[in-house]
Ligand binder design. Structure first.
Ligand code: ADP
Ligand code: MG
Length: 277
């Protein structure tokens, strides 16, 4: 079982696109996957074909302890469920502001309803901020995956994001690690994309071993800019249902394979010790 927050406080960097299509790729590989939509804009829900009308059961009700996780969860495809969100979720920032332990509300709800035990992957689509919803995600997962659009200011934004994960790791969730950076909206062949990628690689390899991102991998798969990926949400379909042979579908399938391979690497037995003699 793996729990992954798709996080970046910048908007428009492909968090939702990555949450939905990575989840769909993993589900197509036979893994059971649950997406938790933590953005009050509800884009991930919509992208997976759900329009959570006001008053319907959503992740807000889970935060407010007004329903079980399974009351809010909906099956949208084989192996793929979503706990949807809508604008109701915006109230959580205010409602929890004076609640002691507000960082752990989501973690405790998921534990209570044993969600993790029933899925191979739980994927959280974070909102574009570092507020209480994102902190709840960071306290409920062990992995952070960062979608990054390689442009000039991308690395500046990353330092704030890394600072936040370091703080959460120190104070709230010792198991949290940044496990991967996915380069999205990638313009192949441009100098800028290659330069930013190289700067990122240098930054990661020169980081102290005790930072939560020391072992972060830059995924080999580059998610190229592809118009089908931008069209799919309005049809309420993942890229595999909307246009399964387009470059966007190929890229997300490949990213899914890389994410699966990390799990196998992490779970594989240690190599036998070489005999020194
Ligand atoms: P975020 O969740 O970080 O705000 P989104 O996933 O909503 O970002 O993506 C922002 C916009 O870019 C959306 O309109 C989405 O459809 C589009 N988009 C994301 N990735 C790609 C891509 N690889 N190619 C083309 N459009 C993309
Ligand atoms: Mg989004």
């Amino acid at each position: 079982m793996r729990t992954i927050a798709i996080m970046n406080q910048k908007g428009g960097v492909a968090k939702t696109t990555t949450s939905v299509n990575l989840a769909a790729a993993l589900a197509r590989s036979g893994k059971s996957v649950c997406v938790i939509d933590l953005d009050p804009q509800g884009h991930a829900s919509f992208h997976l074909g759900l329009d959570a009308a006001p008053g319907s059961r959503t992740v807000y009700d889970v935060f407010a302890e007004q329903c079980t996780v399974d009351d809010a969860r909906q099956l949208v495809a084989e192996n793929l469920s979503v706990i949807p969100s809508n604008i109701d979720l915006a109230a959580v920032e205010v409602e929890l502001s004076n609640t002691p332990g507000r960082e752990f509300v989501l973690r405790d709800a998921l534990n209570h309803w044993k969600l993790q035990e029933r899925f191979d992957y739980v994927i959280m689509d974070c909102p574009p901020s570092l507020g209480v919803l994102t902190i709840n995600a960071l306290c409920a997962v062990t992995e952070v995956l960062i979608p990054l659009q390689p442009h000039f200011f991308a690395l500046q934004g990353l330092s704030k994001l890394f600072e936040t994960t370091a703080l959460v790791t120190r104070r709230l969730n010792r198991d949290l690690r940044v496990t991967g950076v996915a380069l999205c909206l990638y313009e192949s062949g441009t100098r800028l994309a290659a330069d930013v990628t190289e700067d990122l690689r240098l930054f990661l390899t020169s980081s102290d071993a005790d930072t939560p991102w020391a072992k972060a991998k830059i995924f080999k798969t580059r998610i190229r800019r592809n118009i089908k990926l931008a069209e799919a949400p309005s049809f309420g379909q993942s890229i595999f249902d909307y246009a399964k042979t387009c470059p966007g579908a190929r890229d997300y399938a490949e990213l899914g394979d890389e994410v699966l391979a990390m799990a196998q690497a992490a779970g594989s037995p240690l190599p036998l010790q070489q005999n020194a003699a």
